[in-house]
Write a protein that binds this ligand. Sequence first.
Ligand code: GDP
Ligand code: MG
Length: 436
Amino acid sequence: LQDKLDKALHTLKGKGQITEVNVAETVKEVRRALVDADVSYKVAKDFTNTVKEKALGENVITSLNPSQLMVKIVHDELAKLMGGEVTELKIDNNPSIILVAGLQGSGKTTFSGKLASFLKTKKNKKVLLVAGDVYRPAAINQLQVLGEQIGVDVYADLENKNPVEIAQSAIAQAKQNGNNVIIVDTAGRLAIDEQMMEEIRKVHQTINPTETLFVVDSMTGQDAVNTAKAFNDVLDYNGVVLTKLDGDTRGGAALTIRSVVDKPIKFISTGEKMEALDVFYPERMADRILGMGDVVSLVERAQEQFDEEEAKRLQKKIAKNSFDFDDFLKQIQQIKRMGNMKDLVGMIPGAGKALKDVEVDDNAFKGVEAIIHSMTKVERKNPNIIDNSRKKRIAAGSGTSLQEVNQLLKQFSEMGKMMKFMNSANGKKMMETMSK
Ligand code: GDP
Ligand code: MG
């Protein structure tokens, strides 16, 4: 979607003026790009008509060139189409009950875990997760594992096959234990089916949730829209969660769902890790679709995950030229904690396109980590002592080659030289000149 929109919008580049002809051309290509990205034809057409009207109505005397102006119009309209503003989750009741519904495999259980973690760490809530997928013992176990990982209680009852009863007992327990948010994960099926709908309707009716969230896999394209409609008819939910936005899909479904069911998208899920959850900002999503990169999210995520204390400690070590392999390992681990590398790379403006086909993931560090782990404490502190026989031992221990060990040592030594230079009087002078 991004590429095609880019191309469409560049049609206007270099043209001195917005005219009816070049707007019509651009708009046609934008519409085609949207339809290709699973935006329904009607939505795409309404959208481009609005854009066209806006573009032709714009005063030509502006600081933006026609292509920039067009990007701005498309951006603003995209954001509007996706709801315009952030819609917050309602969690002020005591307890607040959140019901999570959707098809099997859409990412309900993963999202339930992420939301629990989000509410615990960011909103200071005492959360209880409820395992309501009674048909698959593995699903109950999956939620228990997640709960343990994030330090949130999980209510499960392997003996009971009635999700309504389970939800009721869970709520009773939550009230007793002082949980102020209850997240009820439910069972889905592979396709919309009457039994599933009846079951979720009953649960919904009995527990009367504060929020009902519909979870949908954004990679399923037009199907996502039909499913969204079917669930909305039965549950009249409050919000949508789009999952798997880390893939190549750039959110065509996001555009259509909003206008078809008129329910706000509240969260997007961008990976399998517990941190890969973002509040949905229509403006940022519009940026992302247009390939400007979601810089704000990127910065926020980076800030959250980089421990400030740790950063200060490292800075001190760098200043004293005593940055060693243990510090290096810690840095790698911090980068990994920030979530999937690909998610992050995709948010850097321009990089998304350039690196589209490159697999940048945690595995990129595997060899390096293995090598460092195979060094002794002394070697990590003083890489200088690593002679040939030590190198051989490290390569064998880490399952890498002598060449890879050499390469890492060389890179590390170059990094050290660089740091030393930056700390020297000359280096400081150079940095000063550069920042002027
Ligand atoms: P459920 O059947 O609706 O509960 O779905 P699950 O939460 O079990 O997720 C199904 C699969 O999708 C699992 O393998 C998850 O790890 C994966 N998954 C869930 N959310 C995301 C996401 O945002 N991105 C990616 N790449 N995978 C996801
Ligand atoms: Mg599940």
